[in-house]
Each structure stands twice: as structure tokens, then as C-alpha cells.
Design a protein around this ligand. Structure first.
Ligand SMILES: C[S@@+](CC[C@H](N)C(=O)[O-])C[C@H]1O[C@@H](n2cnc3c(N)ncnc32)[C@H](O)[C@@H]1O
Length: 225
């Protein structure tokens, strides 16, 4: 489908010999997406729990957002997805929370995510915004009129100092019945684990996917797949 969008680039496997691997844009080495089995898990979590208000850091070029958005179409919910497009800007994935660089204009990842969302008719259920987490998070959620969240997916900067900033920026906006997912669990540091425990996220599952996708749950949610 991404070739039919006619936007000058398309989705391709990072490793062309592996049907299971992450995707990237054909004109960019970074960022990389979730794998298909991981995207399916996000879809099921939202749909099975009938969740309605989601937030994602970060869009990349929309693979995770599309899965979550498809589920929200079924539950009548909505996703806010944000990205600074810092990996697209730098051309690599090595940076940290002090980098604070935002690609302005229309980043390729933004164009791909919004085009796919429109083509799949989930654009009423997805908002894509450009911003740096955590600085712009509240502004974006306020703009999108999302004053509570019952689903959060954290897959932005992959180091503990960023993950705690991402998590702290949303922790007070969460409904009691809520799921938080992290990709690349190895980047979730002790500060984040302590915060999750303080806020009573006692349910936990590691889905044992290639890059380690995990969920934390609180209240009446089922995080088993
Ligand atoms: C692994 S990619 C996201 C992939 C996407 N979730 C998917 O599966 O399709 C990580 C993204 O985080 C973004 N990012 C990193 N640090 C960020 C920050 N502080 N604020 C916003 N976006 C950030 C990068 O620009 C990059 O696009």
C-alpha cells in the first residue's frame, strides 16, 4: 500500500531477507518501526479492553500509530501521536535527552503516517503532532482535548533518562483503568519502575518479542494476549 500512496518513498524491511523484521522508509536509514507481531499486540490491547483515549511517543512513520488507530476506530476512541523526527533529521539513532532537535516543515515520517492514516480511513481517530517530549506533551494533549488517557505507548528516545521524562509527562493524566506499553524494555530504568509501582501498576507482561515489548496495567484491564 505504501507504494500506491505516491509520496516519493515507501516502506521496506530493514533486513530485506526477513519477513518479520522492522520497517524503515525507503529513503531513510532511521527510524525503525515495531515488528508486525508487536503492532498486532498493541491493536489487541486497545480493542480487547475497549480503550478510548491513547497517547504515543513516538510516531516514527506511523506503523505503531496505524495499529493503535485501527483499534480506536473500532472502540470509537482516539490516539495522539507525537514525534520530534530527530532520528530522521540526524540520520541515525544515537542522541540523548539533551539533544532537543525537532525537524520542522513536513518530515517524511509525518507525511507517511498521515497519508496511511487517511488511506486506511482512520484519520478521525489519529492526531499526528510534531514536538519534543516532554516539553510539548501537555500542549499537544490539551490541543487534542485529551484530558485523560487509558492507553500509553512509549517508544521514543531509547535511554532511561528519556523514558522517565516521557512517563512523568503523562502519569498524572491517566485513567485508573489503564495500560502503559514500552518498547525496548531494556531502556526502562529504575526511576521509571519506581514511578510505575508508586502509581500502582501492578500487572506486568513481557510479550517476549524480538525487541522486548512489555505492558503494565492498573485496574480493570486485561494485558494478556
Ligand atoms: C523507534 S522510533 C518509533 C517507531 C514507531 N513507534 C513505530 O513503531 O512505528 C523512535 C522515534 O522517537 C522519536 N523521538 C526520540 N526522542 C524523542 C523526543 N524526546 N520527543 C519526541 N520524539 C522523540 C524519534 O524521532 C523516532 O522517530
Amino acid at each position: 500500500m505504501s507504494k500506491q500512496l505516491n509520496i516519493g518513498f515507501h516502506l521496506m524491511r530493514v533486513d530485506e531477507n526477513s519477513l518479520q523484521d522492522s520497517l524503515r522508509l525507503s529513503n531513510r536509514l532511521y527510524p525503525w518501526s515495531l515488528r508486525e507481531n508487536e503492532a498486532n499486540i498493541l491493536y489487541s490491547l486497545v480493542k480487547n479492553n475497549n480503550l478510548t483515549s491513547g497517547f504515543e511517543i513516538a510516531t516514527g512513520f506511523g506503523v505503531s500509530s496505524i495499529s493503535i488507530g485501527k483499534a480506536f476506530k473500532e472502540t470509537g476512541g482516539r490516539l495522539s501521536s507525537m514525534d520530534a523526527y530527530v532520528e530522521e533529521l540526524l540520520g541515525y539513532g544515537l542522541y540523548d535527552h539533551t539533544t532537543h532537535k525537532i525537524k520542522t516543515g513536513t518530515p517524511d515520517g509525518y507525511l507517511m503516517a498521515t497519508s496511511m492514516s487517511k488511506a486506511l480511513e482512520i484519520d478521525k481517530h489519529t492526531n499526528f503532532d510534531i514536538g519534543w517530549s516532554p516539553n510539548d506533551t501537555s500542549l499537544i494533549l490539551d490541543k487534542n482535548e485529551q484530558d485523560f488517557l487509558d492507553f500509553v505507548f512509549i517508544d521514543g528516545g531509547h535511554y532511561p533518562q528519556q523514558v522517565i521524562l516521557d512517563l512523568s509527562s503523562v502519569i498524572d493524566k491517566l485513567a485508573y483503568d489503564c495500560i502503559i506499553c514500552f518498547h525496548d524494555y531494556g531502556c526502562v530504568g529504575q526511576d521509571s519502575l519506581n514511578l510505575l509501582s508508586k502509581y500502582r501498576f501492578t500487572k506486568f507482561i513481557d510479550y517476549k518479542t524480538g525487541f522486548s515489548l512489555v505492558s503494565y496495567g492498573r485496574g480493570h484491564v486485561n494485558i494478556e494476549i
